[in-house]
Design a binder for this molecule. Sequence first.
Ligand code: GCU
Length: 446
Amino acid sequence: MEASAIIKRRRAAAGLDLFRNIAAGLGLALLCAGCAELTIAWAPLKPKGEAARPPIAAAASAEEWERTRAPRLRALLEKNVYGRMPDASRTEVVERHLIDAEAFGGRATYEEVRFRPTAIYNDVAATAPGDDLIMALVTPAKGQGPFPVILMETFCARWSAAPHPAATGAEEDREMGGVLGAVATYVFGRFICTPPYDAILDAGYAVAVMHPGDLVPDSAAAGPAALSALSAGHRDEATRWGAIAAWGWLYSRAIDALSDDPRIDPDGYILWGHSRYGKAGLVAAAFDPRVDAVISHQSGTGGASLNWDKPGESVGAIIDSYPHWFARAYAGLAAASDGDGARPEVDQHMLLALAAPRPILLGNARRDVWSDPNGAFRAAQGAAPGYAAYGLKGLAQEDLRGFEPGADIAYWLRSGTHGVVEEDWPAFLSFLDAHFKTGATGTPDN
Ligand code: GCU
């Protein structure tokens, strides 16, 4: 396909994705105007409900955890929730393109990295259908480096999550007068699309941004074809991967694409994702040891929150609304958590345990009961054996308040609802500073 046609199609798809997401968000908010989970309900501040089950067996050592326990948990999550991850993968960097050496008021270099990821199942290699992907890479202009990098997957188009007038596709925003971004910001908070670059760059972090819909469209109609094409060598429909797994895998392909860049700290791959991409970030950490930390904000059902004994979004509800996100097998958990079947052998505390020993931040809002902050807290408690295998504590707080940014599992709860608001980024940066500021890397020199 001609490059211009590809760019045109991308633009249309990304504009449509953003539009669909906003429309879905508004629709949901309206539908639930009387619905307690999104409006007036409050998450209790102390853990309430059953502890995460089944408990994770303690390992005597990190070696035992990695050799026996962790692979078993990964297999359970693949089989019951996310679907099978590729047997192997590779990523070709097609082009690096400098957009601006003095972006963000001279604070950063802005580049685009075009890359082509390939998934391999049963020796069948498949590349994402269609076009190469583009990642925006924003690197601090000041400071020594190498810089830890915050890898972001977002709802918004790449050029709106990493704004620059010369970014590929940026005309789309100009054509639409920025209206959609303004609506998203009004509904889901000031930082839903664009993070606070000045604060992030001044703190010494690079940022890399991708739009996951470019790999697998976030649509029940179009998503499955892309998922099947990428996993052509996998024959079992019940365990074919869903979009959450594929978007998680995309974070890892971005790490591949950045791994020979000397400006990026190889011990500083930090994944950031909100909501559905918060789920994907946790999946990436569970399956890729190169991930160094995750900020998983309001990831909810299929992310940090427990599947069993939950307020908010049930497993049945998420499958009905987003059938393309998970393996078909996840429906088995829906039946069980509705009381129609045996208690499942898997729950989301296992996903959190697989992040150990790496730090994770679980972001929550007290009135975002749809995402079940209390279930995320109990999942974090249940993940302790994973961290204990490395002599670490995991969660370091007794209730949902009392944020400890330096904890292995930092649990952040603010007031308010679903979105990325003013208070969130200072909390995210304090978590990152607690874990990545050694004074040696990434610190600006003035
Ligand atoms: C919906 C969905 C959630 C998801 C959220 C989001 O509300 O039900 O599971 O986390 O969208 O991605 O914003």
